[in-house]
Structures are given as C-alpha cells and as structure tokens.
Design a protein. Structure first.
Length: 243
C-alpha cells in the first residue's frame, strides 16, 4: 500500500526528488524496497524560488483580533493541492518556506512561543494573556506529503511524554540519535508504526487537521527525550525552513 502511495505521489510530482529517488518509505516492517515507478524529472527538480503566488491586496497579515486567512485558494503549483480555507495565520511572516519536512513551499501559521492565537491558555511567560505554542504550525493543503527531516525511530504512543488529544489521534514521535523527540501532529494519514526506523526524506504522513481547529497543517514540536509538552524547545533549527 505504501509503495502504491509513494509511486502515485511521485507520478503526481508532489514529492521532492529525494523521496522519489529513494523509493518507497523503508521501515522495519518493509525490508524489501521496490523500485519507484517514476523518477525525478526536470519539472520536479526545478522548484521556483519565488512564492507560488503573490498575496492579493485584500489579504491581511494576522493579528490577535483579525487572523489572516489564506492569501489564495488556487491550486498550489508545488503540490497540485488546494489550500485549506480554514487556515488562520497568527504571524506577520508571509514567507513561503521549503523544508526537509514536507513537499512544496508553505507559510507559517502559528510560530513557536507566545502567540495571539486563541487556542492556548494564557501563559505567565507571555504578555496580554497570550498563550504559548510549543511547536511551529506550517499551513498546507490537506494531503500534503510530510517527510521525515531526521533519521530516527518511531516510539510507542503511550511511552513517557505521550502527546495529548490536542495533537490529534494520529500524532506520533520520532526519536533521534541525538536524544530528541520530534512530534508530528494533526496528520490525516500516517505511514509509520512504532518501532519503524525512518530516514531523512522518507514519506511518513499526509497533512491533515485531526484535532486542529484551524485547518490542515503540520505541527512540528521538539522535546527532550521522553519529555512532555513542558519540555518542548524551539523547533526552528530542526524545521530547517528556507525561503
Ligand atoms: Zn501547533
């Protein structure tokens, strides 16, 4: 099944060349890897450096009182998928970022740290009764391929630091050799299981909105090994976003 999904995504050119070239996602449960049915093409290897579209004048940056809506509803040239109109942006950052963690270029929706987004309880660290967001939210069309940006092992959902329901029922964690737990939240579909070893660039999930009030996105959170939400650290270095 996974091979079929990856092959289809490669044919659709929604996966980066590295994912297609690497073949189907490997795991402890799928030791035999089949050749991909389609390799990278020039179209897939030449991602434009500019954002997929310029925001219309009516699009406004987010603020506490007037969260920004998605700047466009047209199909993304990077993924062939339609942006989720439920997305709300609580940041002034309008850059479109690529990352080892997903296909295409997407915008930050909620940054790590104090945020005006209304989904979080007031935090004593934050002014104006703002809450604290323990990861970074990247808005993306539902179904966008999520790739592993690290090498690591999928750990058991109920092991110490188990994510709560706010991350969605499909939330999972990747434990890196350096002793970090990387939490991926809200996925629509997950292609890995506890015990699987994942490589960088491997397809691990499809973006979704499970447990999320503001549409499909990737919630990426980094914690100390076995740590809970209170031990989350700034994920931006690991997210490796680039314009
Ligand atoms: Zn989040």
């Amino acid at each position: 099944m996974r091979r079929t999904v990856v092959a289809a995504l490669c044919v659709m050119l929604v996966l980066p060349p590295s994912a297609c070239a690497a073949g189907p996602p490997a795991s402890a449960h799928s030791p035999t890897a089949a050749k991909p049915s389609a390799g990278p093409t020039p179209a897939a290897t030449s991602a434009p450096a500019s954002p997929p579209t310029s925001a219309p004048a009516s699009a406004r940056s987010a603020s506490a009182s007037a969260p920004g809506r998605h700047p466009t509803s047209r199909v993304s040239p990077h993924t062939g998928l339609t942006p989720d109109p439920r997305n709300r942006f609580y940041t002034d950052d309008k850059s479109w970022y690529a990352s080892p963690w997903y296909s295409g270029r997407h915008r930050i929706m909620v940054e790590y740290g104090c945020t005006p987004a209304p989904y979080y309880d007031p935090d004593p660290r934050c002014p104006d009764r703002h809450g604290f967001h323990h990861g970074v939210d990247i808005a993306m069309p539902c179904g966008t391929p999520i790739l592993s940006g690290v090498r690591g092992r999928i750990i058991r959902p109920k092991s110490p630091g188990a994510p709560g329901p706010a991350y969605g029922s499909t939330a999972f964690r990747i434990r890196t050799p350096a002793g970090r737990d990387v939490l991926v939240g809200h996925a629509r579909r997950v292609f890995v299981r506890p015990g699987d070893v994942v490589r960088r660039g491997e397809l691990i999930a499809l973006a979704g909105s499970r447990g999320a009030p503001d549409g499909c996105h990737l919630h990426l959170e980094v914690r100390r090994r076995g740590g809970g939400v209170a031990e989350a650290v700034n994920p931006m270095r690991l997210a490796a976003l680039r314009t």
